[in-house]
Design a binder for this molecule. Structure first.
Ligand code: NAD
Ligand code: LMR
Length: 340
């Protein structure tokens, strides 16, 4: 029915049906780090997505169990687990979308950049394999620090001669998910109706929610309220890290956000119109080479990087303040990939 189609076309809902009336095309999704805190619930959510026909679950260990478990769910996707580097090629072969939540998470007191030394090498080796086994796949980078791991991936692909800037995404959807939740709570509007773009990067002050563009608009919020909401969104990851008290960072809300973003990528590949999500991508909307903003997704990945729209004075100032930190995180990633 028309109502159903309308719902499926919305990029803010996990897909129930493909947009076109024909059968959904075959799509293979690979998750690298699939036995982890994010990887397992993300595997579950991707198994529930009717756009997925094949789901490859890769990790250094533990994936046969996760795959056996998830594979019993009576949905479309055929699930296979791959464990150990010698199986990485098979996991990746034929993938349309590769989601990467591999790497170590933060503990209280750490910044995302403190993860760089371990995660940079992991991301580099996984991206080297992607350039070999599925160079055309859309890559959804979740591993932190995203502000550096996305530039690392770009440089690895560039070196391999497979870089396509339309196909590399830093997943910042969790920032959007949080901004929507916190805004709805404060503005007392139904959360399902809320939209808030989040731009910049994915760490502390580089996360810039644009509450001046939030819908439904409200005049119930003071400047102080907006500052409080901005800070809570920027510190959302730390809020979870502290609450988990040494047991890691956001996994369940991240799996939800990762599934939402991968679903948007699949809808774009399948030709659904008007698929727009925020993501950290190669960009020329500021002077920085990578920047998160609204992006239109299509059959080749990024169809269009959308501009920032009009900003409040507070957002303009915050944008200038975040640029030096984001720039140095990007440069750190590029330097690592060039030198290693
Ligand atoms: P986790 O430790 O629970 O799981 C990570 C998994 O990665 C483990 O199963 C581990 O075996 C696997 N792994 C390690 N090296 C690997 C390799 N070379 N190849 C394949 N798999 C490998 O951690 P988590 O809580 O799932 O978090 C994973 C990453 O996601 C962290 O870097 C974290 O900071 C990041 N994260 C990002 C966001 C975001 O918004 N982008 C949100 C939450 C977490
Ligand atoms: C998040 O935003 O929850 C993630 O980036 C994990 C973290 O370290 O905060």
């Amino acid at each position: 029915s028309t109502v159903r189609r309308g719902a499926a076309a919305s990029s803010s809902h996990l897909s129930r049906r493909p947009f076109s009336s024909g059968p959904a095309p075959d799509r293979k999704v690979a998750i690298l780090g699939a036995a982890g805190g994010i990887g397992q619930p993300l595997a579950l959510l991707m198994k529930l997505n009717p756009l997925v026909s094949s789901l490859a679950l890769y990790d250094i260990a533990g994936t046969p169990g996760v795959a056996a478990d998830v594979s019993h769910i009576n949905t479309r996707a055929q699930v296979v687990g791959y464990a150990g580097e010698e199986q990485l090629g098979k996991a990746l072969e034929g993938s349309d979308v590769v989601i990467i939540p591999a790497g170590v998470p933060r503990k209280p007191g750490m910044t995302r950049d403190d993860l760089f030394n371990i995660n940079a090498g992991i991301v580099k080796s996984l991206c080297t394999a992607i350039s070999k086994y599925c160079p055309n796949a859309l890559v959804n980078m979740i591993s932190n620090p995203v502000n550096s791991t996305v530039p690392i991936a770009s440089e690895v692909f560039r070196k391999a001669g497979t870089y396509d800037e339309k196909k590399l995404f830093g997943v910042t959807t969790l920032d959007v998910v949080r901004a929507k939740t916190f805004y709805a709570g404060k503005a007392k509007v139904p959360v399902a109706d809320v939209n808030v773009p989040v731009v910049g990067g994915h760490a502390g002050i580089t996360i810039l929610p644009l509450f001046s563009q939030a819908t439904p608009a409200t005049n119930a919020l003071s400047d102080e309220d907006i500052k409080g909401l901005t800070k809570r969104t920027q510190d959302g990851g730390t809020e979870v890290v502290e609450a988990k008290a040494g047991k890691g960072s956001a996994t369940l809300s991240m799996a939800y956000a990762g599934a939402l973003f991968a679903d948007a990528c699949l809808k774009g590949l399948n030709g659904d119109p008007d698929v727009v999500e925020c993501s950290f991508v190669q960009s020329s909307i500021t002077e920085l080479p990578f920047f998160a903003s609204k992006v239109r997704l299509g059959k080749n990945g990024v169809e269009e990087v959308l501009g920032l729209g009009s900003l409040s004075e507070y957002e303009k100032e915050s944008l200038e303040i975040l640029k030096p930190e984001l720039k140095s995180s990007i440069e750190k990633g590029i330097k690592f990939a060039k030198e290693n």
